[in-house]
Design a protein around this ligand. Structure first.
Ligand SMILES: [Ca+2]
Length: 150
């Protein structure tokens, strides 16, 4: 018994497994879309707008509400999921947001002072506030008037 194990180990160490086999050269490694070879193995991946299936070879279209490489991005578009392209994402974000996933707040206060000269702009997530400077009162969301203007 001990002798058998010793011989088996010796044989395995004796094999020369130095040269990598490029599995991607044969039938794209069985990958539906993209095959990536590396030393000792290979990976399958999918094009934008597709997700790798459980068999690690097939690719299925992104489910509704997701997009991009491996469907990792959320569709948080302005109107509905129908405007979310599976490869490019949202055509238009909801007001106050930007970025590929529409999760990034727009700092309205740094873009162009929407509050005018008589108020201080405060950025908030998804929108902004105008707080009237001393001596001025709120006229509407973005305008403050002095006493003589009311
Ligand atoms: Ca904001």
């Amino acid at each position: 018994m001990y002798l058998f194990i010793y011989v088996s180990i010796t044989v395995n160490y004796g094999q020369l497994c130095i040269t990598d086999i490029d599995e991607c050269l044969t039938n794209t490694g069985g990958c539906a879309h993209i095959c990536t070879n590396f030393d000792g193995g290979f990976n399958c991946s999918c094009s934008e707008g597709f997700k790798l299936m459980n068999d690690k070879k097939g690719c299925k279209p992104c489910p509704s509400g997701t997009w991009g490489k491996d469907c990792l991005h959320d569709c948080s578009c302005r109107d509905s999921d129908t405007e979310c392209n599976v490869t490019t994402g949202c055509a238009e974000c909801p007001a106050g947001f930007q970025g590929a996933d529409c999760h990034e707040d727009i700092d309205e206060c740094t873009d162009n002072n929407p509050c005018g000269d008589n108020a201080n702009c405060t950025n908030t997530v998804g929108t902004f506030k105008c707080v009237c400077s001393g001596g001025f009162t709120q006229y509407n969301a973005t305008t403050c008037h002095g006493m003589e203007q009311q």
